[in-house]
Design a protein around this ligand. Structure first.
Ligand code: FAD
Ligand code: DLZ
Length: 518
């Protein structure tokens, strides 16, 4: 009897835990395109096409390597359209001695897998996903009993554990974190070398046609799909990043430039999340670039921090706080998501550009996600459920384990400060400093209230004022209230009225963008 090895859409790694040590002759790999996964939210068209194409390419790759792969296509007539239903059908077909699966990255999927032992007569073995450097259990051990969880402390542990950028037990260059050297404003005409684009082959073209046919009313452009769909393509993309963009990555990590969608970012998140690239190998490679003198420490440390710091931290945080994290709303934000998040129709030039990139590329870079799209939602008091749905739908790299902590906890402070020490709230001043958006905008960044003022200005003080009870005691933010108090009642009222007037103009999103059952 064979061992049945289901491989999920974000487990496309030859050295996956459930494949390690398995004999090709005695294993059947099961891969499943299922309606339930393609529609639990109405994913961006590119995201579905990317995942299906990468799955189909991986199945070919496994077969070429001698594995037996049982692959369910979305259009197969008998498709049960859920993971559990498809595993049940495969159990009938193959009568396996056991099912071995690598733990799911998402809570929702793992909940279903946890039922399998009661459903199926054979043994069900769930293996830890060792593509992550810190296991779920290790994070729990680290987190339990701590009064506050902070990425920086976790990150230092990860540096010590991995030995990355360590010299005789000390951080390379003497500091753990070069964040202060990651905030260079963009100079005029800042441009990065273009990244390699993976042109669709026959498999991808077929998938694109399928998505056009079955998911026509989902958000996003499809003809611009250029994400790597194989490990080899992802490797080409990584190579170009290390050779051409890593040296400037650090300095311009927080910069935003109109129409420059990638800047010096790696654009590797889809490949890492799907399993096409190994995060630890990428970090080792980045370190080599530093040791060989090809890239400065602020770039290399910044890149490594994003991966063994933030990426591992949010993953551990997600499992530590699920399922509560999904419904947390510490600031009691109740406003509906504005329609312009879907249409891009707003006079705020920065928001329009970030949404355009989101629609066109199924991607926007970190600082656009955090300090534009997230910041606006935070200041305007958009309810976390709507914002989470939007972020889960629109990005090709969005899987709940990484999307939810970034959105609910980092961007919206909906966890009340478990992840971040203060809300990432900013007015137009920040956006103007870190981007070229404000120059060509209908609104003026320097005008604080009234006609023509950038909405971020009044919204910022509206937010601070309405959450004073919660935020004033926060030592990282509390002192801004003395600025507020110094303004006097008339000026304060001006800010509040300006923000209220703007908030009244926001049209709530039409139903049906994010979920079928809206
Ligand atoms: P780079 O800037 O080149 O960074 C290198 C790598 O570091 C990324 O590929 C990614 O793997 C990792 N990384 C960087 N920041 C984070 C972070 N905050 N959390 C986890 N990993 C990080 N990332 C996702 O992969 N999926 C998401 O759904 C997602 N949603 C986000 C939502 C919000 C509100 C915010 C603020 C951030 C979100 N991020 C998400 C993190 C980050 O924005 C993306 O990983 C990054 O923009 C991907 O582009 P890149 O590969 O060019 O990243
Ligand atoms: C996101 C997604 C989509 C759209 N479709 C599939 C699919 O048909 N089959 C599959 O195996 N995975 C898919 N995924 C990824 C899963 O929803 C999910 O993110 C992973 O299984 C992680 O738990």
């Amino acid at each position: 009897k064979p061992i049945l090895i289901p491989i999920l859409g974000d487990q496309l790694t030859r050295s996956l835990a459930s494949l390690k040590g398995r004999s090709k002759d005695e294993s059947v790999i099961l891969m499943m395109e299922v309606w339930d996964e393609a529609t639990y939210v109405k994913h961006h068209k590119q995201k579905i096409a990317l995942i299906f194409s990468a799955m189909r390419h991986f199945a070919v790759d496994l077969r070429d390597a001698g594995w037996t792969v049982d692959y369910t296509f979305l259009t197969d007539e008998e498709n049960a359209h859920s993971f559990t239903g498809e595993v049940a059908r495969a159990v009938e077909r193959h009568d396996p001695s056991a099912i071995h699966i690598t733990e799911a990255s998402e809570w929702r999927v793992q909940q279903a897998i946890d039922q399998w032992q009661d459903k199926f007569a054979c043994e069900v073995r769930v293996l830890p996903d060792d593509r992550f450097i810190c296991s779920i259990g290790q994070f729990r051990d680290w987190a339990e009993g701590r009064k506050t969880l902070r990425m920086e402390n976790f990150y230092q542990e990860m540096r010590k554990q991995t030995g990355l950028l360590m010299d005789d037990g000390k951080p390379a260059g003497g500091q753990w974190n070069y964040d202060k050297e990651n905030r260079k404003p963009p100079k005029d005409g800042l441009k990065a070398p273009p990244r390699p684009r993976s042109e669709p082959d026959e498999i991808t073209a077929e998938v694109i046609a399928l998505v056009e046919d079955k998911f026509a009313d989902h958000f996003g452009d499809l003809d611009t799909l250029k994400w790597p769909v194989t490990a080899a393509q992802a490797e080409t993309a990584a190579e170009a990043f290390f050779n051409e963009r890593l040296p400037e990555f650090g300095a311009y990590q927080d910069a935003m430039v109109h129409g420059q969608d990638d800047l010096f970012h790696s654009m590797l998140s889809t490949s890492i999340n799907l399993g096409l690239l190994d995060p630890m190998e990428l970090c080792q490679r980045a370190e080599r670039e530093y040791r060989e003198g090809n890239a400065p420490l602020n770039s290399v440390e910044g890149f490594i921090r994003q991966i063994i710091g933030w990426r591992e931290y949010v993953r551990g945080f997600y499992w530590f706080h699920m399922p509560d994290l999904e419904s947390t709303n510490a600031l009691n934000a109740q406003r509906a998501l504005p329609d312009f998040y879907w249409t891009g129709k707003t006079d705020m030039r920065c928001m329009a550009d970030a949404i355009r990139s989101t629609k066109q590329n199924a991607h926007s870079h970190h600082i656009q996600r955090l300090m534009l799209l997230g910041n606006f939602a935070l200041l305007a008091g958009i309810n976390p459920r709507d914002v989470q749905d939007w972020f889960l739908v629109v990005y090709a790299d969005a899987f709940e384990w990484v999307e939810l902590p970034n959105v609910a906890a980092m961007a919206l402070y909906a966890d009340g400060g478990k992840l971040a020490s203060k809300p990432y709230a900013a007015s137009a001043n920040y956006i103007n400093k870190m981007s070229d958006y404000c120059k060509g905008c209908k609104y003026s960044a320097s005008t604080k209230t009234g006609e023509g003022a950038c909405p971020f200005n009044a919204l910022y003080w509206h937010f601070m004022d309405r959450h004073r009870d919660t935020l004033e005691s926060n030592h990282r933010i509390g002192r801004i209230y003395s600025n507020w108090d110094r303004m006097g009642e008339e000026r304060q009222a001006d800010y509040i009225e300006s923000a209220d007037r703007f908030l009244e103009t926001l049209e709530p999103a039409k139903k049906g963008w994010a979920r079928y059952q809206d």
